[in-house]
Every structure is written in C-alpha cells, then in structure tokens.
Design a protein around this ligand. Structure first.
Ligand SMILES: [Zn+2]
Length: 116
C-alpha cells in the first residue's frame, strides 16, 4: 500500500483492462496489415460471389455462372475486407485499452485523494 493505494489491485486492473486489449489490438492490426501486404498482388475474385477466378480461361465464374465482364473482378475479394475489418477492430481495442487504462489511473488517484 502506497498512499492508500493497493498496488497489486492497480497492476491487476491495468493488466486486464489496459495491457490485454492493447496487446490483442496491436496483434490484430499487425497481422491484418501483413495479410493485406501479402494480398497486395491482388488475387482476382468474382464480383458476385467472391470465388477465386485466377487462371480461368473463360470470362465466366465457375461458382455462380455470372459473366465476369458484367459483375467485375475484385482485387483480393473477401480476404481484403476481412483484413480491413480486423485492423479496424484492432484499432478500437487499442483505443478502448488506453481509455480504460486512464479510467483505472483516474479511479486510483480519486480513491487515494479520498483517503487523505
Ligand atoms: Zn461468382
């Protein structure tokens, strides 16, 4: 106990509400960016159903049967969207971790001031 603050509880709350979400968030962002980069070459995917259409000889999707000139070919398709969502969620986890960390610090300061 320093200045009426339980250091063990403080460290525990910081770990759970601040360090953990930030760690997971950073991992998501880094992993998502790495996947996006690996995907940058752009595997072509069907604009209708997302089926991988690299190496096809006809302009026809074998999965949904649509003409690829009509529905278009997506670069990276669903994987790209998934990576971007993962990065977005990761960034939010980091923000929430920082916010909760500040709240824990604020709560500890408020508690220690009350006991003086
Ligand atoms: Zn298709």
């Amino acid at each position: 106990m320093i200045m009426g603050v339980n250091i063990g509880a403080f460290v525990f709350y910081m770990l759970v509400f601040c360090v953990l979400p930030i760690t997971f968030g950073v991992r998501r962002v880094v992993g998502g960016k790495r996947k996006l980069k690996a995907n940058a070459g752009g595997e072509g995917r069907c604009g209708q159903c997302g089926y991988l259409v690299v190496g096809l000889t006809k302009m026809m999707c074998p999965e949904c049967g649509r003409d690829l000139r009509e529905v278009g070919i997506l670069p990276g398709g669903n994987d790209r969207k998934q990576c971007e969502r993962s990065i977005r969620v990761g960034r939010w986890m980091i923000r929430i971790g920082v916010l909760l960390g500040l709240l824990v610090i604020y709560a500890v300061i408020a508690a220690s001031l009350q006991r003086v």
